[in-house]
Design a protein around this ligand. Sequence first.
Ligand code: G6P
Length: 372
Amino acid sequence: AAAEKGGYASFMHKEIAEQPRAVADTLLGRIGADGALILDELRIPAAELREVDKVVVVACGTAFHAGLIAKYAIEHWTRLPCEVELASEFRYRDPILDARSLVIAISQSGETMDTLMALRHAREQGSRVLAICNTNGSTIPRESDAVLYTHAGPEVAVASTKAFLTQLVACYLVALYLGQARGTKWGDEVLGVVRDLADIAGAVERVLGDMEPVRELARSLAGAGTVLFLGRHVGYPVALEGALKLKELAYMHAEGFAAGELKHGPIALVEEGLPVVVVVPSPRGRCVLHDKIVSNIQEIRARGARTIVIAEEGDDAVLPYADHVVRVPVTPTLLQPLVTTVPLQVFACELAVARGNEVDQPRNLAKSVTVE
Ligand code: G6P
């Protein structure tokens, strides 16, 4: 087993380190020299994609967080309404679906019972189902109309890391492909994003190269009781994922919130010394959100929070209110989760180690939940 871990302390350490490669492999062969998406493997004719009038994403756990991020990209690049549903809720509701709805089922293992049942529920109503999956020939892709495989390679650690990043890449590809097929928003902006996607593995690599301060910070928080995570726009699901990782691995109480909701409850939790991780949107483009989150950081710090800020390189506006700053490379806003999630994975992994937990096999959890 030690040899399989390739010298890493755990499969999770190894899988975190493999992310640049996993991201690059998932993009491989799917973007043409002219920047057009090549996803013939989806086998859904462009004419049918043009008929789609609604997208519904179903998934569980970390894959659900990938879906929440996908919503921002799908709506922006395709102008289609998009809903994201926990598979366990969706399967027991009466969702409004028909033949023009495209249902995307995201699953690393391809065997999660609730996600499988959700896709059956969708197909019974005549919807097309596209699986985004990491496991060749597993049940979910076999029962779907089409599949886009993530090429993360086998993921052994129970807590998902590299599969998540590749699920994001796959979601971006699907969103861009839908946009391309439908002729919506297809112009310089999207071509620019495609180019940036091609560089993203390098950006992930850069983040990984500078994680020692994050590990040190994690060790210093081993005795903390609670950690809060704040984000907005695509940073909001990243905050949820950061909190989930901490629960799974460190067995700590952790919550992720949309920063805009701070005044509707979460700020009441802030007390002296409470660690709060804030995922800061880029100051470029949607700078309104950036400014708003900087005032949130100011507000929680004034109430005693220990602020841990994940911010883009060159974003100095956060400095006066940050106890710790973790830098991520500049990326287009919608792609930012590919870099901001990585420090949160490393943070949770190191906290688990510091607390003496079994990183690859957290208590009470299974890699694939094949029962209800
Ligand atoms: C379990 C795993 C998670 C995973 C979730 C969904 O809870 O521990 O890491 O995100 O199942 O799994 P799937 O294989 O459907 O992506």
